[in-house]
Design a protein around this ligand. Structure first.
Ligand code: 5GP
Length: 115
């Protein structure tokens, strides 16, 4: 089952795309939670972190390399930023195509709400 992210990767629906190569695509989140909020996704669908296989290790590394490049492009590398991946229900995952959130552009506060 493909998701909305496959359609964005294939440019079947519009997005504010900031990066694409043969392995990875990145586009701005439609509901940004920080001045910079970008989603970095593998072009080949992997549903969740639970579905990552050993043969995906290079691809996962490329997501981080893309994050580093995009952070520099966005001018947030020196001040810093946050990378986050949600997995399944307790993680709050809504779209089941693996994606890394890149947040930045302001101090991001504590990692989790304390309860
Ligand atoms: P999750 O909760 O699965 O980690 O995050 C999914 C993210 O995808 C959310 O932050 C949501 O705003 C974003 N999103 C959902 N649908 C779309 C869309 O059609 N376009 C874009 N650019 N972002 C989307």
């Amino acid at each position: 089952m493909s998701t909305i992210f496959s359609k964005i990767i294939n440019k079947e629906i519009p997005s504010d795309m900031v990066y694409q190569d043969e392995h990875v695509t990145a586009f701005r989140d439609i509901e940004p939670q920080a001045p910079v909020h970008i989603l970095i996704v593998p072009n080949r669908k992997i549903a969740t972190v639970n579905d990552i296989q050993e043969e995906d290790e290079q691809l996962i590394g490329k997501m981080f390399t893309a994050a580093r490049k995009i952070a520099a492009e966005e001018g947030i590398a020196a001040d810093g930023y946050r990378l986050l991946i949600n997995c399944n229900k307790h993680g709050g995952q809504e779209v089941f195509h693996l994606h890394m959130h890149l947040f930045g552009g302001r101090p991001l506060g504590p990692m989790l709400l304390r309860r």
